[in-house]
Design a protein around this ligand. Sequence first.
Ligand SMILES: C[S@@+](CC[C@H](N)C(=O)[O-])C[C@H]1O[C@@H](n2cnc3c(N)ncnc32)[C@H](O)[C@@H]1O
Length: 266
Amino acid sequence: MTAELEPGAVQHYEDALYYDYTYRRRVEDVGFYRRFVRQHGGPVLELGAGSGRVTLPLVEDGAEVVALEASAAMIARAEAKADESLAPALRKRLAFVHGDMREFSLDRRFNLVLAPFNTLLHLYEPGDFARCFRCVAAHLAPGGRFVFDVRVPSLSELARDPDRVYKARPFKHPTLGYKIQYEEQFRYDPIKQVQHVTIRFAPGEGAPKRSKVHEVLLSQRQIFPNELRALLALGGLELAGRYGDFTGRPLDESDAQQIVVARAAK
Ligand SMILES: C[S@@+](CC[C@H](N)C(=O)[O-])C[C@H]1O[C@@H](n2cnc3c(N)ncnc32)[C@H](O)[C@@H]1O
């Protein structure tokens, strides 16, 4: 791994079982990436592949996928799921790389590079975008596409009082095995354009005595839609299309996410 990762790019991904539990109902994006890969063909390089939420369905569809991921915990879970669920002939079509999307060199090119579900929001500095996007450009085959989705910054969410605690309903934590009280606090850094979310798990009903409060930090760079072209240009990429939802509808001002198709600049 090249440079140290920020705590806000690491802590939320240390418990891969909890990650899968939390995002178990997020399926529309998976359908979108499956359709895109079926239409355009592999091989596929996935950046920040996580626990294989999108990766495994792509391989099940027959795509050849290289899954690059920085978190050892997430890779371990993705590998275990792949070993368990994929037929041997398909399992051979999937390779994992423990690496950093800001600097990688795989010595081959891909028809598609994907970065699903806010992965690029873990690029914080302009230099991070430049390095990542240059690497993407160097790994795209002629005519290849770089496809990713990131949230559209919400001004009302960024304006939240940093002292206010947002509570959600208690739930049984899949790793801890007991009920926890779940809280979040939001702090936006307007200079760096980074939203820091402190996620707090407090022991609830059924927790063993002396269980402690556990906190994790999630930091997400906010990418304003009109900034995107300039960021892509840092790595020699350009916008080829942009959607506002996973049906492929063009982006408009009501959308909470931007689904981006980029290519090497002409
Ligand atoms: C929001 S998760 C998305 C995971 C997966 N793509 C999905 O759709 O479920 C972001 C992922 O990016 C990974 N990540 C963060 N910084 C990274 C970096 N510099 N290089 C590679 N992966 C990184 C995290 O470990 C995490 O698995």
